[in-house]
Design a protein around this ligand. Structure first.
Ligand SMILES: [Zn+2]
Ligand SMILES: [Zn+2]
Length: 353
């Protein structure tokens, strides 16, 4: 098998060849059909997250080991199964839920493996799909995608589940009755816009500093778009939400966007921070009770949410996100384009093409 691995933080991914592994126990081996390129791969590649005030969270100190095959948005065809792997057979095409925990602790047993303290996330803590083959530890992480093309389904594994889980935190009846605000109209933001519509959302106001991304959001059905860098951005958001937003989802997560999102909340509103751009904000504590506001973080999504998301997509169709496909060997160029902000929607590598 071949993979493109991070061997050194920030250095170009290197082609590595090794014997194709054979699945043991409950393992399932996939031939990778589609591997989405995600913005968080840039952080993993660099090896840190910005924490604001010049501080960084070093990922190598957080259990990420090199060399690593990144790629956590994968669809593959089952090519071999371990003796204890039920539910799937050779030839099945499956989406791999990458947000895996130990499977044994209380949190995992509750279905929230994405919050487990010993994560095994594909493409982060174990090898992912920037490769010809991908090993998945158990069939419970594999989901049928019906007749959806692999490259359209792959982004559901991260950008889809991340957006879905954040939208679930908005909750009913706010989602159906009030316009919500999404900051960041990149791949995850556009996914959030599409899923909010599929979930019966009242309307979504999209905020982005990039005119091309605002244009894409408009074309995808945003009820309004706001330039997040405009001096009157807050005023525009308040106008579009009749005085304040009941829910803001921040898919950027910089100090500036979190500030904007918080300031835009209606009394009783909720800010859901998802993006990992990095930064910090200072908030006077009396504002929490006085404005009855909630600030909640949301990190990817759970296995039950993945099942719900795929059920939703089966009913409403694949989210119409612009998707560009590229060969596996173009992975370095794809990552660089993503870093340069040149990608609208999602780039998906197609190793088997
Ligand atoms: Zn991702
Ligand atoms: Zn666990």
């Amino acid at each position: 098998m071949q993979s493109y691995d991070v061997c050194e933080c920030g250095a170009p991914l290197r082609l590595v060849e090794r014997p194709t592994p054979r699945p043991q126990g409950s393992e399932v081996l996939l031939r990778v059909l589609a591997a989405g390129v995600c913005h968080s791969d840039l952080h993993i590649w660099d090896g840190y997250y910005e924490l604001g005030a010049g501080k960084r969270l070093q990922l190598l100190e957080r259990g990420i080991k090199l060399p690593l095959t990144m790629g956590h948005e994968n669809v593959g065809e089952v090519v071999a199964v371990g003796p204890a792997a039920d539910r799937v057979k050779v030839g099945d095409v499956r989406l791999a839920h990458p947000w895996m925990g130990c499977g044994e602790c209380k949190v995992c047993k509750r279905g929230e493996e994405n919050l487990c303290l010993t994560p095994r996330n594909l493409g982060v803590f174990s090898n992912g799909g920037y490769a010809t083959h991908l090993m998945v530890p158990h069939p419970r992480y594999l989901f049928d995608i019906g007749d959806m093309p692999a490259e359209k389904a792959a982004p559901l594994a991260c950008s889809g589940i991340t957006a879905y889980s954040a939208l679930k935190k908005v909750g009913e009846p706010v989602l159906r009755e009030e316009p919500i605000v999404i900051i960041g109209a990149g791949g995850v933001g556009l996914m959030g816009l599409a899923l909010a519509q599929a979930m019966g959302g009242r309307g979504t106001i999209m905020v982005d500093i990039d005119p091309a991304k605002r244009e894409a959001a408009k074309a995808a059905g945003a009820v309004a778009t706001v330039d997040g860098g405009a001096s009157d951005a807050l005023k525009q958001i308040k106008a579009a939400t009749n005085g304040g937003a009941w829910a803001v989802i921040d898919f950027v997560g910089s100090g500036q966007t979190a500030r904007l999102g918080m300031d835009a909340l209606a009394k009783g509103g909720k800010l859901i921070i998802v993006g990992l751009f990095g930064g910090d904000i200072t908030v006077p504590t009396p504002f929490f009770p006085m404005r009855a506001m909630t600030v909640q973080g949301s990190y990817v999504g759970s296995l039950p949410e993945m099942a719900e998301l795929l059920e939703l997509v089966r009913r409403t169709g694949a989210p119409p996100i612009p998707i560009g496909t590229r060969a596996l060997e173009d992975v370095n160029a794809a990552l660089n384009d993503l870093r340069a902000g040149k990608i609208i929607g999602r780039v998906v590598l197609t190793p088997a093409a």
